[in-house]
Design a protein around this ligand. Structure first.
Ligand code: SF4
Length: 402
């Protein structure tokens, strides 16, 4: 992991983005904002799942009119997503929204953009300047559009990134002229490689915090890998201050996967149980997939601390993995052997495995809360070995960036 990039910091209703703050996880509601009760229920559900910020679209006046009750009921700061109509931004600011997402290219009149900036400046509200691959190509000027098309055909990715950077320069000049620097930048594409390259270039060029994401990642079955691959690459290189996964699915899955990504990279502390399970193979001795599904559901319902639980299908890798977990089970010939922090506790029959494992998890969690036990890994610092020198004698960085 490379050290986090140093950026300016913005404050979104008390949640800091950039400037050394933890990477912020955000998502967006998928329903109509003017359906107030449903929107509030969605925002609360997403916040409970772990979203630090929630964005809502405000295409109509009835959406901005819904913001006051939504803001009053939201446990997290709310971002208003504005396209095309600067009045929606002004109304959202007036309602007390905590951040505005704006693509200045979608608002034709510069004076209107200036009015939004002035209103945000007056109230200390940051603006995310967001570019999308789909909105970057010229739409109004036919000649310019034809010329861009020819250029893009020659080297699509390279010239698209150049165009995105030119647009960003152009937009940021507007903010500079207004002496407004409470800005978060974003440049999204549907292509993970372009997301990596354009954000790396932006990180080199500006010191504003960066919002990472793909425009439309698709259904979760493919969208997960499509989204997480570029975000993981960028975050591992210290780039990115807030993230959003964009699935064609319930936004709760964006939050769950975003949390897991940040936890895997050590950018967020785990607050819930972590479940390790083997993939199974020809040595499998039980119906492990069902057991894992049941354990996962029960742990989510019953355990509220980051207990590390392992469920293994046989004795080959089972004991070794079990010893690295807080509570673990490995199966063998119709039986399950349960370990707690490396100590063998009991052997149970196959039909008792779920209940017995959960009983041990509950008891262990109670002991942790009473201060009688410590979570495995709570104090663990991952310190990779010092790398071998290269043939020329120089020493490469190891994965921890040392
Ligand atoms: S733990 Fe056993 S069953 Fe599971 S993948 Fe490893 S060898 Fe196969």
């Amino acid at each position: 992991m490379r050290p986090r990039r140093k950026t300016r910091q913005v404050d979104v209703g008390g949640v800091k983005i950039g400037g050394g703050a933890p990477v912020v996880l955000q998502t967006m509601t998928s329903g109509h904002t003017h359906e107030i009760d449903k929107c509030i229920a969605d925002v609360q559900k997403l916040a409970k799942a772990g979203a630090d910020l929630v964005r809502v679209a405000v295409p109509d006046k009835r959406d901005t009119e819904a913001l006051r009750p939504i803001l009053a009921a939201s446990p997290v700061p709310i971002i208003a997503d504005v396209h095309f109509q600067f009045q929606r931004a002004l109304e959202a600011i007036e309602a007390g929204v905590h951040k505005i997402r704006l693509n200045p290219g979608n608002i034709q009149d510069r004076k209107q953009v200036n009015r939004v900036i002035a209103a945000c400046k007056e109230r200390g509200i940051p603006i995310r300047v967001g570019l999308n691959e789909g909105s970057i190509v010229e739409r109004r000027d036919k000649e310019l559009r034809a010329a861009e098309k020819v250029t893009l055909e020659q080297d699509y990715a390279g010239n698209l990134i150049r165009l995105m950077l030119e647009k960003l320069d152009e937009y940021l000049r507007i903010f500079d002229e207004n002496d407004f620097h409470d800005v978060v930048l974003a440049a999204k594409s549907i292509d993970p490689r372009i997301v990596i390259d354009v954000n790396t270039a932006i990180a080199d060029r500006y010191d504003y915090p960066l919002h990472l994401g793909l425009t439309h990642a698709g259904p979760t079955v493919t969208g997960r890998v499509r989204s997480i691959t570029p975000l993981a690459v960028l975050l591992a290189h210290g780039i990115g201050d807030t993230i959003r996964l964009s699935y064609a699915a319930d936004s709760i899955q964006e939050v769950e996967d975003g949390k897991e990504l940040l936890c895997c990279l050590g950018l967020r502390s785990r607050t819930e149980p972590e479940l390790i399970a083997c993939p199974t193979c020809g040595r499998i001795e039980v119906d492990l997939f069902k057991l894992v599904t049941d354990v996962r559901r029960k742990l989510a319902d019953e355990i509220d601390i980051p207990v590390k639980v392992a469920v293994m299908g046989c004795v080959v890798n089972g004991p070794g993995e079990c010893e690295g977990a807080d509570v673990a089970i490995f199966a063998g010939r119709g039986k399950g052997i349960i370990y707690v922090q490396g100590e063998q506790k009991q052997t149970v029959s196959q039909d008792q495995m779920l209940d017995a494992l959960l009983a041990e998890c509950r008891e262990f969690a109670t002991r942790v809360k009473r201060g009688e036990a410590q979570l495995t890994g709570a104090d663990v610092t991952i310190a990779p070995p010092n790398p071998l020198p290269r043939p020329d004698g120089s020493v490469p960085l190891n994965v921890a960036g040392r």
